[in-house]
Design a protein. Structure first.
Length: 151
């Protein structure tokens, strides 16, 4: 395993970034805007080595959602457009803060809301699990960004 595994809920956040179009890809870097639009994170790569200055990647050392989203857009992780469409417009900062950064609780709250409106959460969860299994198989490496997270 070349990467430190993230909480599975970071995949949900990556899908939101993609669905919202909050990622600007360039040749060897990308800007990823946070779900509340207050911060912009910088993801960089050189061959198979990646870094990001989001809090999770910088402080915890696991793949944060900006890195996951970039890897999805690069085709190194699965990206299901139908699944992504469900995640448009979700303010994860607000949800996570309301749950004291207990990410699983924030996702459960969202899934409960979706179930009530008839969305097939089992299918979404299967896709999230598929991405998570692919993260375990990633052959890329990560290093700490030279940039501190934005305040």
């Amino acid at each position: 395993m070349a990467v430190k595994m993230p909480p599975i809920e970071k995949i949900h956040e990556a899908y939101s970034a993609i669905a919202d179009g909050r990622i600007t890809m360039r040749e060897s870097e990308a800007d990823v805007v946070s779900s509340d639009l207050s911060k912009t994170y910088l993801v960089k790569w050189n061959k198979e080595t990646y870094s990001s200055n989001d809090n999770a990647s910088y402080w915890k050392g696991y793949l944060g959602y900006p890195l996951i989203a970039v890897l999805m857009l690069q085709g190194k992780l699965p990206l299901d457009e139908e699944t992504a469409a469900h995640f448009k417009g979700i303010n994860w900062k607000k949800r996570n803060t309301a749950h004291k950064n207990k990410f699983a609780e924030a996702v459960k709250e969202l899934m409960d809301e979706w179930k009530e409106s008839g969305i097939d959460c089992a299918k979404i969860n299967e896709e999230i699990d598929r991405v998570y299994k692919e993260i375990e198989q990633l052959t890329v490496t990560t290093k700490r960004s030279s940039l501190r997270p934005p305040q």
